[in-house]
Design a protein around this ligand. Structure first.
Ligand SMILES: [Zn+2]
Length: 206
């Protein structure tokens, strides 16, 4: 049936939230980069961009580039600086706090570098050509447009307990609360269900 086909096409188009071990739930590449320090609020956060090859894999998983780019340890340090700047500035925007000068300057500095160039392929796909600092400069520019534009009203931090992920709320209502419905959203629903059961174990309606 045509309806089924159309539905299947939508399902096929939806990209997995986790690609090559990295989470892509944020709806914006700059916010996905911010999520590469896992368990940020826990006593021992996990660095997902530990080695140059990690950053190369992330750039491919983020669809910033098709082929493994050359990545140096300096590029890794640059990516982490960009990531921490984005995280700090987005949190400040969400909570209506003053922006850190250090983070703002770092973001602007990285964005001012020569950025990678998007090219349109025959298949209508975008391919970005450029070196790793160029790809990071592109992300920094996108982050500036995100932070300084009207869309910044839709920046959110996941409400999941101890989840530090940031995301862009593109829902119609603007009331999205979790980085992922199947992750933090589901955990919340289960916790709510248990809480209600404890309050009303017989399940009787009052
Ligand atoms: Zn979450």
């Amino acid at each position: 049936m045509p309806g089924d086909l159309a539905e299947r096409a939508v399902v096929q188009k939806a990209k997995p939230e986790i690609r090559d071990g990295f989470k892509f739930r944020a709806g914006h590449v700059a916010l996905d980069l911010a999520g590469t320090l896992a368990a940020r609020f826990k006593p021992s956060p996990r660095e997902l961009l530990a080695h140059p090859s990690d950053l190369g894999r992330w750039l491919i998983a983020a669809e910033m580039t098709d082929a493994m780019p050359e990545v140096t340890q300096t590029d890794v340090a640059l990516a982490r600086t960009l990531r921490e700047s984005i995280y700090s500035l987005v949190l400040a925007r969400i909570h209506h706090k003053a922006l850190s000068d250090e983070a703002r300057r770092a973001l602007n500095r990285i964005a001012a570098e020569a950025s990678a160039v998007p090219q349109l392929g025959k298949d209508s796909r975008i391919r970005v050509s450029g070196n790793t600092p160029g790809l990071l400069a592109s992300i920094a520019r996108d982050a500036i447009l995100l932070l300084g534009g009207a869309v910044s009203k839709r920046l959110r931090q996941c409400e999941g307990e101890s989840c530090a992920l940031l995301f862009l709320d593109t829902s119609r209502s603007g009331e999205r609360r979790w980085c992922s419905m199947s992750g933090c959203g589901n955990k919340f629903k289960i916790a709510e269900f248990r809480r209600r059961q404890r309050l009303n174990p017989t399940g009787s309606k009052s």
